[in-house]
Design a protein around this ligand. Structure first.
Ligand code: AMP
Ligand code: MG
Length: 317
């Protein structure tokens, strides 16, 4: 059921059950990060392969010591600047974190989320919450309680309703090699913002065989409808004269026309607003039984990079 009751949420979690939680990025499917049976339920419900590790959500920057054994200077700087917020750090794990959470890796992904309901829930628990996004593996991430409910219905006892997610795309993931920051996944904090704090960030090389951060798998975040990505929507659309078309536009650059459904991510051309609206717009278009969705590429800077990354994965076959 969809509820705002923290007490109910707490009850399920303390019995090693799992619930959906709101965060500022996307909704998460959460369970006690210290409890293997709770974590296993997350993998099972999501149909998530076990090689794909989960993010551990903590209640405060201080509780980082409960899950991580060593914290590079750059990680401290980033946590101080961006927590609570959409930045995930990969740190050497403590042994109380089950291998299931980290897919056997020596590092644990950790962040302090910035959502009042989830933070007050975490405050009342004596364990952190392991939580990947609350969608079946590979499908579009949920940015509202209704998205989550549509995916799992009564298979989830509790969907904690915290409204629409403010950032709307997943967290930026930063790891460390020889104590230097490495980008594992583009996300809600731009690379430019990270670099303003810690200097040049290396990019982790993508490899589907060894998906160190499977948010980096080529195909991910995918609608069921065939989706294409282009710089020039007006030109691209001419190739499909007799199709039922959905347009996913950055700005409102194309006039309404009965031959297509249009979603505009930000009439003002604001990238943060576009990120916030991205998944909800994809969910809506995907429900319309269209032949194709044509998405417009954003300028390749700031959050535009993150949105383009998600759109690129949505179009992979
Ligand atoms: P999701 O919340 O569904 O985006 O999943 C969490 C993301 O964090 C996945 O893409 C994971 O692969 C990534 N992640 C979690 N732990 C690690 C880790 N130890 N090393 C690399 N990536 C990780
Ligand atoms: Mg996900």
């Amino acid at each position: 059921m969809i509820t705002t009751s923290i007490d109910l949420a707490k009850q399920v979690l303390c019995n090693n059950g799992i619930i959906a939680i709101p965060t500022e990025t996307v909704y998460g499917l959460a369970g006690n990060a210290f409890n293997e049976s709770a974590v296993e339920k997350i993998f099972a419900l999501k149909k998530r392969p076990h090689f794909n590790p989960l993010i551990v959500h903590i209640k405060s920057a201080d509780s980082i010591m409960d899950v991580a054994s060593a914290i590079p200077e750059a990680a401290l700087l980033l946590a101080t600047k961006f927590w609570p917020g959409p930045l995930t750090l990969l740190l050497n794990k403590k042994s109380n974190i089950p291998d299931l959470v980290t897919a056997g890796k020596p590092t644990v992904a950790v962040r302090m989320p910035n959502h009042p309901l989830t933070l007050s829930l975490l405050e009342q628990l004596d364990f952190p919450l392991a939580a990947p996004s609350a969608n079946p593996f590979g499908s579009i991430s949920p940015t509202s309680a209704a998205h989550v409910y549509n995916y799992f219905q009564e298979d989830l006892e509790v969907v904690l309703d915290g409204g629409e997610c403010n950032n709307g795309v997943e967290s930026t993931i930063i790891g460390f090699e020889n104590n230097l920051p490495v980008l594992y996944r583009l996300g809600a904090i731009s690379v430019e913002e990270v670099e303003a704090v810690v200097g040049k960030v290396l990019i982790h090389s993508k490899n589907d065989e060894d998906p160190a951060a499977p948010g980096m798998l080529s195909r991910h975040y995918s609608p069921n409808t065939n989706t294409y990505l282009t710089d020039d929507v007006a030109e691209f659309i001419k190739q499909y004269p007799n199709k039922k078309i959905g347009l996913l536009l950055f700005k409102d650059a194309i006039e309404d026309n009965a031959s297509f459904h249009k979603e505009v991510l930000s009439a003002e051309g604001d990238m943060a607003e576009a990120a916030k609206n991205l998944y909800a717009a994809l969910h809506r278009l995907d429900k319309l039984n269209l032949d194709i969705i044509i998405a417009e590429r954003l300028p390749d800077e700031g959050l535009g990079k993150t949105i383009n990354d998600r759109l690129q994965r949505a179009v992979e076959k």
